[in-house]
Design a protein around this ligand. Structure first.
Ligand SMILES: [Zn+2]
Length: 466
């Protein structure tokens, strides 16, 4: 068996790893897009990392674009195999991938026009809606925690890992002539004790582990109640400053978590008469799917549904779909809460909200998730005083707040707890992926203290053979 770390090696996005067997059969774990890496992003996503016709199947951990976003390009380039994932992941991929194609077509059209590129020098989208529809036909739905044959010699089990709706770690039983191997791909490891997504399921012992490391250097603050912090930021902005609270949030996962938290605060009578807008058509669709699959969520959500309450809807909340409504929100001076995508603030409607609101100290921009350091969200989280948005330099006068404990990724203690279902002494190699290099070094140290050994931080396209 040979593993090639084709993406998310030393970076947090672009997840993709290829496993090759002795007979040259290959499966790929995830087929994710790079995001938030500035000008490099387009180039990285256009790189040929494998021959699509040589890959027999894709196993997809979850619907986030940095794990699923290059599937339509792979199909466009000749991939004809099956794409295995859970039912909720498939439902979410339908909207996520269609949206990804739509955004790319629109962005490329705008950029070519703005820079006056002729036919020869024009940029092209990585794929279009047509390729997404073709890719969706290749999806095969698997049930959680049930072993399924992928190809001769490989069986896979998708084990819910607490990250987002439908997400799963992938456990592989590999049978190669006289050798058997087990491989655990953790994908994005979720949290324990959150209100929306259930705790990660335990995982069986594996010979080889491919583990994420996004927050390998961080402990989420468990002494601060994230919901209380959200409330105090909202009250401070709305009541004291009379400004707007702009929250960049990923459409899938983070937005539903925020809405559920605000809903509960409202039920307890803690919210003022404030208008809250979810200004993202994709987030609205992702919320509909989350509602449909509410039976996969926590007991707290089940109780909500049983008492005939909508976890993702209440009086003060509206979902805006039309672009004209979004523009009206931009122009309005009225204090309000705007939750909008993308979480890294590099694209989407939230970029416009930030553009219009960033130079007013009355406003607050609240971050609730991971951002690539080079993205607009990354720069603001770092405290930069001037940023360029849509080619215009803007002074950062709005208040910048970051609630770190709302993340969908486990911190190093949670990841070590997750890996602790296994005996570290029996893991032959532990590969760290999906993290920034310094963070991975720190995580490696912590893992060693927890009894793990043979920890490898592969670089991009590095291969490992058994
Ligand atoms: Zn993810």
């Amino acid at each position: 068996m040979e593993i090639t770390f084709a993406g998310a090696a030393g970076t947090v996005t672009g997840s993709k790893h290829i496993i090759r067997l002795w007979d040259n059969k290959r499966v790929m774990l995830d087929c994710g897009m790079y995001q938030g890496l500035g000008k490099e992003t387009y180039k990285l996503n256009n790189e040929d990392f494998a021959n699509p016709s040589e890959i027999d199947a894709i196993l997809l951990s979850h619907a986030h674009i940095d794990h699923s976003g290059l599937i339509p390009k792979f199909v466009k380039d000749g991939f004809e195999g099956d794409i295995f994932c859970t039912e909720a992941t498939y439902a979410l991929c339908e909207i996520m991938l269609r949206d990804s194609a739509y955004i790319q077509e629109a962005d490329v059209h705008y950029s070519n026009k703005r820079h006056g590129r002729d036919e020869e020098n024009a940029y092209h989208p990585l794929y279009t809606a047509k390729h997404v529809e073709k890719a969706l036909e290749q999806f095969v739905i698997v049930r959680e925690n049930e072993s399924v044959k992928i190809i001769d010699g490989i069986e896979a089990t998708f084990i819910p890992n607490g990250h987002i709706l439908g997400s799963a770690a992938i456990y592989l039983n590999i049978d190669e002539l006289s050798e058997q191997h087990t491989v655990l791909f953790t994908a994005d490891i979720g949290r324990y004790g959150t209100s929306l997504i259930r705790d990660p399921d335990p995982v069986p012992q594996a010979d080889y582990v491919i583990c994420e490391s996004t927050y390998g250097d961080r402990l989420h603050d468990r002494t601060i109640d994230a919901e209380q912090q959200l409330l105090s930021t909202l009250l401070h902005t709305f009541k004291e400053k009379k400004g707007k609270l702009i929250i960049p949030a990923f459409s899938l996962g983070r937005t539903q978590e925020l809405v559920f938290a605000l809903n509960k605060l409202d039920l307890h009578g803690l919210l003022p008469e404030v208008k809250i807008f979810v200004d993202s058509p994709l987030a609205t669709d992702a919320t509909d799917i989350t509602r449909k699959y509410a039976h996969l969520l926590t007991k707290e959500v089940q109780r909500f549904c049983q008492s005939r309450k909508d976890p993702f809807g209440f009086n003060k909340l509206s979902y805006t779909k039309e672009i004209s409504e979004s523009k009206r929100l931009n122009a309005s001076e009225r204090p309000s809460v705007i939750i909008s995508a993308s979480g890294m603030a590099d694209a989407g409607r939230v970029k416009h909200h930030i553009y219009h609101g960033i130079e007013d100290p009355k406003n607050t921009i609240l971050f609730v998730g991971y951002a690539e350091p080079n993205s607009l969200a990354g720069k603001l989280q770092r405290g930069e005083k001037k940023v360029t948005i849509f080619g215009d330099e803007k002074e950062v006068k709005a208040e910048i707040v970051y609630i770190k404990s709302l993340s969908a990724h486990g911190d190093y203690e949670e990841m070590i707890k997750y890996l602790g279902y296994m005996n570290p002494g029996k893991v032959k190699k532990l590969f760290l992926v999906h993290g920034e290099p310094e963070v991975q070094q720190f995580f490696k140290k912590k893992l060693k203290e927890a009894g793990h050994h043979s920890i490898v931080i592969p670089s991009k396209n590095e291969k490992f053979s058994t």
